[in-house]
Design a protein. Structure first.
Length: 345
């Protein structure tokens, strides 16, 4: 590891000048700078994923070769997976979009029948509420989902920028100490040691959680998709992917991911519905009793009540993305808070 000299970093006037220049640049070229920032973030994520493999390869070869092989291998694996799964995934999402109005119409008729029952009327429920929700879902599917599919298709035109991500990741991985040192110069010298220690704790906490959750989500997606394929459920790949993504939301995520599975299998008959529910429940049991205890042990250490409060806060602030990001964000802040508390003077 290269030993970098300790410098005092930028002066206060220099930091003010850089900050003002950044604000002016953001105002003039805001969209381009946001795209550049996204490109850098994606490169950093790829670098973080390739870092464990790079460290192992560095024991057998020099760092430039190890960085090149790890980034190239990870990129080739990702591109191969996308090339293999994207065509059936797009066709299955299109199938779901085309059949969703029929499912929602069936739900509207079902609710109209249920609302006539005496015990439902006795509950005093709002009779128009579910119909309004179904109507809003129909409008969203009719308007937003086709636009989303068109955006995904148009995104192929920007693949040229995506090739910059592995290149940046290679340089970030090869010269990671130098980049860390340069970034540390932005921190005042008197706070630098505590800040770097806190950032290291955040990286470890977030890395442990994200790595374990990615493995759990991938396993749940693969098992759900394979089970639905065996049972002959259409759109098995898309439904499995939805369940894997919803696995990032503790407790309520499997319920959210199970709704489209039920809606898609119910019109096929009671037998298909029971098989789909059985597969979903079996996968969740495997995840709860075998996968999470081994892959996520000690990753959060949060009480279930604290998890639910964080999910509620994330949902109120940012909706579904906020619910997915609430736990890793809290884990990062908790790691930094522990370091700052332990190193207080």
């Amino acid at each position: 590891m290269t030993a970098w000299p300790a410098r005092r970093g930028l002066s206060r006037g220099g930091r003010w000048a850089v900050g003002i220049g950044a604000a002016v640049a953001l105002g003039l070229w805001g969209k381009a700078l946001v795209q550049l920032a996204v490109q850098i973030v994606l490169s950093c994520l790829l670098c973080a994923l390739a870092l464990p493999l790079c460290r192992r390869l560095e024991k057998r070869m020099k760092r430039p070769a190890a960085a090149l092989l790890s980034v190239a291998g990870l990129t080739a694996t990702a591109l191969g997976t996308v090339a293999l799964l994207m065509p059936p995934l797009i066709s299955q999402i299109t199938l779901i979009v085309n059949q969703a109005p029929r499912f929602l119409g069936w739900l509207r008729l079902l609710w109209q029948d249920i609302s006539r029952w005496e015990w439902v009327r006795a509950l005093g429920l709002d009779q128009n509420g579910p119909e309004q929700w179904i109507a809003q879902a129909s409008q969203w599917i009719a308007g937003s989902l086709p636009a989303l599919l068109s955006a995904l298709a148009a995104g192929a035109d920007s693949l040229s920028r995506a090739f910059l991500t592995p290149v940046l990741s290679y340089y970030f991985l090869r010269d990671r100490e130098m980049f860390t040192y340069r970034l540390s110069l932005w921190i005042p010298l008197r706070h630098r040691r505590r800040a770097l220690t806190a950032l290291g704790a955040m990286r470890r906490e977030a890395g442990c959680y994200v790595h374990g959750q990615m493995l759990v989500s991938l396993a749940v997606a693969v098992m759900t998709a394979a089970g639905l394929l065996i049972c002959g459920i259409p759109a098995w790949l898309a439904l499995g992917l939805i369940m894997g993504l919803c696995e990032w939301i503790p407790y309520v995520g499997p319920l959210i991911g199970g709704v489209p599975i039920v809606l898609f299998s119910l019109p096929m008959g009671i037998s298909s519905l029971l098989w789909a529910l059985g597969i979903t429940v079996a996968v969740q049991q495997i995840e709860g009793y075998f996968l999470s205890p081994r892959l996520m042990a000690g990753a959060t250490g949060l009480h279930p009540a604290a998890v639910l409060v964080l999910l509620s806060a994330g949902g109120l602030l940012l909706g579904l993305p906020g619910m997915m990001a609430a736990i890793p964000a809290f884990v990062c802040l908790r790691g930094a808070a522990r370091v700052l508390y332990d190193t207080r003077t």
